[in-house]
Write a protein that binds this ligand. Structure first.
Ligand code: ADP
Ligand code: ADP
Length: 229
């Protein structure tokens, strides 16, 4: 069944002005429940714009986006998001950062401490729960961000080039961590990258985008069953 449905979506920034940008034009696609789909394309082709609209952090100029059968109106608590910059709170420990979504939603934190600790263990940070972000490497900080994105048990995971700022070796490690977590938790996932290698490694399906105007030009199923952990 289709979990995310993008129907003839277009996004124009600053319409009618000299700074007008047609960031996304006439784009339709859907993501099935449990599927891992990647938007692949060069810088400026509209990948982030599409992802932000699916997140409810931006609205289409025309067209509609449905998530879990509902038209997107506002950001949903059930959507987990990761960005290139993990934006951890520097004065809080890894564990407190993972639990931050509950604080931000003004919900009690204590009932979720066990789950947060378990997630950190799963990403290989068993000995680092009390470390502050500055005591962690870049890859470790993104591991914390994966846990934070999963702690609310989201049904949809959106990721905007989460590993692009990392060195190549750490990045490959993080792709393995992400696959393991995705395997264990089975969320519908929409991932953005400009790396063909990363897209093919991670995805069930790759949507290739081209810029000016930004649109999906190819929809490629990755046919073989890869080992994912
Ligand atoms: P990508 O994620 O593929 O690099 P983006 O979605 O960030 O692409 O950008 C698509 C196009 O829209 C680019 O030309 C970019 O400069 C433009 N753009 C993105 N955000 C804004 C904005 N807030 N205001 C004006 N133009 C924007
Ligand atoms: P980036 O997007 O940051 O360049 P990649 O993971 O795409 O990172 O690339 C890592 C290395 O693998 C680079 O040297 C790149 O040229 C190479 N590479 C990327 N995609 C392919 C591919 N499809 N086939 C062979 N080499 C690739």
């Amino acid at each position: 069944s289709d979990y995310v449905v993008i129907d003839r979506v277009a996004k124009t920034y600053n319409p009618g002005s000299r700074q007008q940008v047609d960031a996304v034009t006439a784009t339709s696609f859907s993501v099935k429940a449990g599927e891992f789909v990647t938007l692949l394309g060069p810088s400026g082709c509209g990948k982030s714009t599409l992802l932000m609209m699916v997140a409810g952090l931006d609205t289409p100029s025309t067209g509609t986006i449905n998530v879990a059968g509902q038209p997107m109106a506002a950001p949903r608590a059930e959507t987990g998001i990761m960005f290139q910059d993990p934006t951890l709170l520097p004065w809080k420990s890894a564990l407190e950062n993972v639990l931050f979504p509950f604080r931000a939603m003004n919900r009690p934190v204590a009932p979720f401490e066990g789950r947060a600790a378990q997630l950190l263990d799963q990403v290989g940070l068993a000995g680092f729960h009390d470390h502050k972000p500055r005591q962690l490497s870049g890859g470790m900080r993104q591991r914390v961000a994966i846990c934070r994105a999963l702690v609310y048990e989201p049904d949809l995971l959106l990721m905007d080039e989460p590993f692009s700022a990392l060195d190549a070796i750490t990045r490959d490690e993080m792709n393995l961590v992400l696959m393991k977590m995705w395997h264990d938790h089975r969320r519908t996932a929409l991932f953005v990258t400009h790396s063909i290698r990363e897209a093919v490694f991670l995805s069930d399906r790759v949507l290739v985008m081209s810029p000016r105007p930004g649109r999906v030009v190819e929809d490629v199923a990755i046919p073989f069953d890869r080992p994912r952990t």
